[in-house]
Design a protein around this ligand. Structure first.
Ligand code: FES
Length: 78
């Protein structure tokens, strides 16, 4: 599954790095196939930080919410 994390200035200021860290941690702990990509904008700057999980944009996202979204996408894929 592909996850894009926006690291543009507004998203960076609103904690995008925490989203990346949460994803990296989840990925290594659960050995899941996640392709994490940093992008410069997801057109949701006014709701930073923004992420895109399997083609759907979520903003604003907290690390906890992001992991829940990833989990639910994974279980719906099975
Ligand atoms: S900078 Fe993150 S959505 Fe635009």
């Amino acid at each position: 599954m592909k996850v894009k994390v926006c690291i543009g200035t507004p998203c960076h200021l609103m904690g995008a790095q925490n989203l990346v860290s949460a994803l990296e941690k989840y990925k290594s702990k659960h050995e899941v196939e996640l392709k994490i990509e940093a992008v410069n904008c997801l057109d949701n700057c006014n709701q930073a930080p923004a992420v895109e999980v399997a083609g759907e944009v979520y903003a604003p996202a907290t690390p906890q919410e992001l992991i829940e979204i990833v989990k639910s996408k994974q279980s719906s894929k099975k």
